[in-house]
Design a protein around this ligand. Structure first.
Ligand SMILES: Nc1ncnc2c1ncn2[C@@H]1O[C@H](COP(=O)(O)OP(=O)(O)O)[C@@H](O)[C@H]1O
Ligand SMILES: O=P(O)(O)OC[C@H](O)CO
Length: 651
């Protein structure tokens, strides 16, 4: 059944009052339509919390425009106050918010957000701040860990100011969740609290040499294992790979342990690069080795860095979803894996404790504006988006289009190991005793970043919005193909040697063709991953004729482009559903925080529909001749082959 139909079926069980689900009337069909056209997430929490609904008594009536009170904020050129209602269709009556509120810190690759949601999933206040990546050398991408923390704290302060202006005290927030750019490595000294180097960002490719060296040495490493260790490794499915195997197969040597191939993308490779760089004979200082020797070394991802600081350095934790992106966590035990830690030369004592995605990790420190409030939800941003879309059933698939593009498909309580270039990852774990849910993922390194490049580096357009406008002015790219392999190609190709290319240029080409080619590249890359998902699902089911999923749930900055979303539906041949409320990642983190703090239970099975976080969605259906689509897909694969320097036949 399409999700929209399920939502309507579910909505008939939802209790509502005005725009919020607070009274106990069951919706008649006409009201159902009203409900599904509402601007913000609505079907979320009241339905799983019957009887706990309560309106905040001292709150002044507030309308959409009533939320635009950000005048007390400190000025900053990079801060942007987001008006929740600006994403929304006009409202016909004053908005009421349902307590309790839950906050979500969304620390992404290009910006940080803090959003406060009410219990029904409506945005109460929101603030975001953009920041710049540091690009010191070709292929290097860094962030200042202090900037990640400071932007989060400033966004929190700004939201609290907005809430106060609306008459909501900060303690109407009962829990806060953290979601973050994944894989990005942060290394710091627990005694000083200072980072020992810039954060190495997920799309940094400095580790190409490290990947090649470790791949070449992996079999030799396995030879060093004791017989008992070798038995354990073999039982887990790790075996020496024949030299004649393909490069990718040899890089996938630890797939059965951690679900990931050796690639520049993952945190452990970044860690190993740092260790090796310090061990170079010419290295002037060895802060990491020195801090490690003192027992003060903390090595982790952005979630840990934020939580550690916000809890007053009390909690050094990460969650299973973030840990599953490091290459150090065992997917079955959900613990740091001794073999992987040895392979990457990391002492597990430097790593955080791995916890579920929904539990209390600690409380905001006394001197923090949110002092005393629990931090009780955590997930990598792509997993949080999966939760935000309520992709709780096996087969539910979402794609988030931001800097990169990340397609995750829920596989239930069973990890599926891809034969087609996808990653296996933990999707979420809804509490310390809950079973983990797994997903297969196709990560595409370059999506929105290609549009930003056209705007900022090439000057082809002044705004990313213009890209869609120009693209829509032509019916085809006139033979132009743009493969934005700025960090090599990730899923499903995993070719670090792939190069960014634009092919098919003629005197006829103008920027409209280039803009269209950039958007087509994003949609094609997503289709490449969807094809891989389909092949993996078919082989897992032992049925090559298994039908593809019929709906793709999408979000992220690039989905502001209707053109892109329609193109995605056309090329993938599936319905694409885009929520009106775009902050799906933050909503997922807020949901986890509520579950972790015991504000509401995680609803599964038939109740999952009632827990749907997002009320209204816009549906895009395929509208292209299949033959045309097939030709476009073939042409794209040729472009990929050129980018990799391969023959088309190899694909
Ligand atoms: N109207 C638009 N059309 C196409 N792309 C857009 C539009 N608005 C924003 N984007 C792109 O969305 C990306 C940012 O999305 P976001 O989800 O905030 O990314 P991230 O989480 O990676 O920081 C940028 O690359 C930006 O160019
Ligand atoms: O911050 P985003 O949205 O670019 O997401 C980055 C991913 O988590 C990288 O794996």
């Amino acid at each position: 059944m399409f999700r929209a139909e399920r939502a309507i079926a579910a909505a008939s069980r939802i209790v509502v009052s005005s725009h919020r689900a607070t009274s106990s009337s069951t919706l008649a069909p006409t009201r159902l339509r009203q409900l599904t056209c509402r601007p913000l997430g609505s079907a979320l929490l009241p339905s799983v919390l019957p009887g706990r609904s309560r309106r905040f008594p001292a709150r002044p009536p507030c309308t959409g425009t009533g939320l635009r009170h950000y005048s007390n904020l400190p000025s900053s050129t990079t801060m942007t106050s987001h008006t929740p209602a600006s994403d929304a269709a006009p409202e016909s009556q004053p908005r009421a918010f349902a307590l309790p509120f839950v906050g979500a810190i969304d620390q992404g690759t290009t910006s940080t957000r803090f959003i406060v949601f009410d219990r029904a999933g409506a945005m109460v206040a929101s603030h975001h701040e953009k920041f710049s990546s540091i690009l010191p050398k070709e292929g290097w991408v860094e962030h200042d860990p202090h900037v990640l923390l400071d932007t989060a704290n400033r966004c929190i302060a700004a939201c609290l100011a907005s809430m106060e202006a609306l008459g909501f005290p900060k303690d109407s927030i009962k829990a806060v969740g953290v979601t973050n750019q994944r894989e990005t490595l942060v290394v710091w000294d627990r005694s000083t609290g200072n980072p020992l180097c810039p954060a190495i960002v997920w799309n940094d490719t400095r580790t190409v040499g490290t990947v090649n060296r470790l791949t070449a040495g992996a079999n030799d490493f396995l030879d060093t294992l004791s017989p008992a260790e070798r038995d354990t490794a073999n039982a887990a499915g790790v075996q020496a790979t024949p030299r004649a195997d393909s490069d990718f197969s040899r890089r996938n040597i630890f797939q059965r342990l951690c679900g990931l191939p050796l690639a520049t993308y993952f945190s452990a490779l970044k860690w190993r690069w740092l260790v090796d760089a310090e061990a170079e004979p010419g290295a002037k200082a060895r802060p990491i080795a020195d801090t490690r020797a003192r027992g003060d070394l903390c090595v982790s991802t952005v979630d840990s860095w934020l939580i550690w600081n916000m809890t007053g350095r009390a909690s050094f934790v990460t969650d299973v979803t973030n840990a599953s992106r490091t290459m150090l966590m065992n997917l079955s035990t959900l613990k740091w894996d001794p073999l992987l830690c040895r392979f990457f030369d990391i002492d597990p004592a430097c790593l955080p404790e791995i916890r579920s995605s929904a539990e209390v990790y600690g409380h905001f420190a006394k001197d923090h504006p949110l002092a005393g409030i629990p931090l009780s939800g955590c997930a990598g941003d792509q997993q949080a988006a999966l939760v935000g879309h309520s992709c709780f059933a096996d087969g539910d698939t979402k794609s988030t289009y931001g800097t990169g593009c990340f397609i995750l498909s829920n596989t239930g309580e069973r990890p599926v190991f891809s034969k087609h270039g996808l990653l296996t990852t933990v999707a979420y774990q809804m509490g310390p005793t809950a079973p983990p849910a797994y997903a297969i993922e196709g990560s595409v390194a370059c999506a929105g970043v290609a549009l930003d490049w056209l705007r900022d580096k090439m000057g082809v357009v002044n705004t990313t919005e213009e890209i869609s406008t120009y693209a829509a002015e032509v019916d085809t790219t006139a033979g132009v193909h743009f493969v934005p392999a700025f960090s090599g190609l990730f899923a499903p190709y995993w070719r670090s040697d792939a190069q960014g290319i634009i092919t098919g240029l003629t005197q006829f080409t103008d920027r409209r063709h280039l803009c269209r080619a950039a958007l087509e590249a994003i949609a094609h890359q997503t289709c490449d991953v969807l094809d891989a998902i389909q092949m993996d699902r078919a082989s897992a089911a032992g049925d090559s004729s298994a039908q593809p999923d019929t709906t793709l749930y999408v979000d992220g900055g690039v989905t502001h482009s209707d053109f892109l979303v329609q193109l995605q539906s056309d090329l993938a041949g599936v319905a694409v559903e885009r929520p009106h409320m775009r902050e799906v990642t933050a909503l997922g983190a807020a949901y986890l925080a509520g579950v972790g703090a015991g504000l509401w239970p995680h609803a599964t099975g038939p109740d999952a529909d009632q827990a749907s976080l997002l009320g209204s969605r816009q549906s895009f259906r395929p509208n292209i001749a299949p033959e045309k689509c097939q030709i476009m897909r073939q042409d794209w694969k040729q472009a990929i082959a050129r980018s990799c320097g391969d023959q088309v036949a190899r694909l």
